[in-house]
Design a protein around this ligand. Structure first.
Ligand code: NDP
Length: 334
């Protein structure tokens, strides 16, 4: 009897905030392992906001997910059986074959994790794509300088927590924005100089005037909406905005509302640049060379929110839009 792969498939394209009914859990028989192939069992599945974009029909920088097929995403697993000389049973690998417990892969679909005793799942978060996004945005796009003031939205998430810490390491003053009192307290432990709870701050404009009286040099934008409009009013002359994400709009059905004060970009000669982490992947080794030793020495911290079991994957995904995670959102299998 063939081994079964349990996998979450997209049943229909979500309208607005996804619901459990948009997904189905299927058991699909795997074919026999062929020469040159590897059987992998996943232990950690990555849960990321960008997946929402791929659930829609709209063409973007990556094609939409197919219906009634396993969803894709970052994953860390272990080789269970191998018919390839480069992979042995027990090898730890990362892949884009998430949303499922087991899969068969060719070596080109697998990446070995760097040698370190740090927890493997960190390579889905602070040491993986989200951490690299923070590093590339600050250093390659914004060209952050010591002494500058950085504002970051969704500061308590996977990207945001790394933005806060990497900006502090670079000698910046950091203001974060997040959605709960617990997250405000957590960000202060990471070294944030000031934190806004945007849900409890009716006048964001006045709050930024108070917290950044000399202006914001770098705005690392993960959310969009009201904070973007307020931040534009408080950017410094020649400030830089890294447009990394607009999560506030990902489930929006009524069309996005743009900031009404784009004239600030002209007045202050602001540079606003979109960031796509994949454009910077050639620098991933540089990022790891800085970040792995810093984590090993305890100079960088990371937090995870972990849901248990493959069936919880849709709930963990929906939780991203409800602010249920601090740090990296993950699902643990097995
Ligand atoms: P996070 O870990 O930050 O999780 C999402 C967080 O966003 C939630 O915890 C919540 O925190 C906040 N949030 C959700 N909905 C809203 C809303 N309507 N208004 C305000 N805040 C909201 O996710 P990631 O770190 O993985 O991603 C952060 C951003 O970076 C996303 O926009 C993502 O798309 C983008 N990204 C872009 C990449 C690129 O290459 N351009 C690569 C990776 C990520 P809170 O409690 O604070 O509300």
């Amino acid at each position: 009897m063939n081994q079964l792969s349990h996998q979450i498939q997209l049943l229909r394209r979500p309208s607005g905030l996804p619901t459990q009914d948009d997904f189905s859990l299927q058991a699909v028989p795997l074919p026999p392992l062929q020469e040159g192939e590897v059987l992998v069992a996943n232990q950690w599945l990555s849960v990321d906001p960008y997946m929402r974009g791929r659930m829609s029909e709209v063409k973007s920088y990556v094609p939409p997910f197919a219906l009634n097929a396993p969803l894709e995403g970052g994953a860390i697993g272990t080789v269970q059986a191998s018919r390839h000389p480069d992979f042995a049973v027990g090898d730890r690998v990362s892949s884009m074959q998430g949303w499922r417990d087991t899969f068969i892969a060719k070596p080109a679909q697998l990446t070995r994790l760097p040698a370190t005793d740090l927890p493997p799942q960190r390579f889905l978060g602070a040491l993986g794509m989200p951490g690299m996004t923070a590093w590339a945005g600050l250093h390659k796009v914004a060209q952050l300088q010591a002494g500058e003031t950085v504002l970051v939205s969704a500061a308590s998430g996977a990207v945001g927590t790394m933005v806060v810490q990497l900006a502090k390491r670079a000698g910046a003053r950091v203001i974060g924005s997040t959605g709960s009192a617990d997250k405000v307290a957590y960000l202060k432990t990471l070294g944030a100089d000031a934190v806004i709870n945007y849900k409890e701050t009716p006048d964001l404009d006045a709050e930024l005037a108070r917290l950044a009286p000399d202006g914001i040099q770098v705005y690392f934008e993960n959310v969009g909406g009201a904070l973007l409009e307020a931040a534009l009013n408080h950017m410094a002359l020649h400030g830089r905005i890294v447009l990394c994400g607009l999560i506030e709009q990902y489930n929006s059905q009524g069309g996005a509302s743009g900031p009404r004060n784009l004239s600030q970009i002209i007045r202050k000669r602001i540079l606003l640049q979109g960031l796509l982490v994949s454009d910077h992947w050639q620098h991933y080794g540089d990022f790891l060379a800085e970040a792995i030793p810093a984590f090993e020495a305890g100079a960088l911290q990371s937090e995870e929110t972990v849901y248990e079991g493959l069936a919880s994957m849709p709930q963990a995904f929906i939780g991203l839009f409800e602010g249920r995670n601090t740090g990296k959102m993950l699902v643990k299998l097995g």
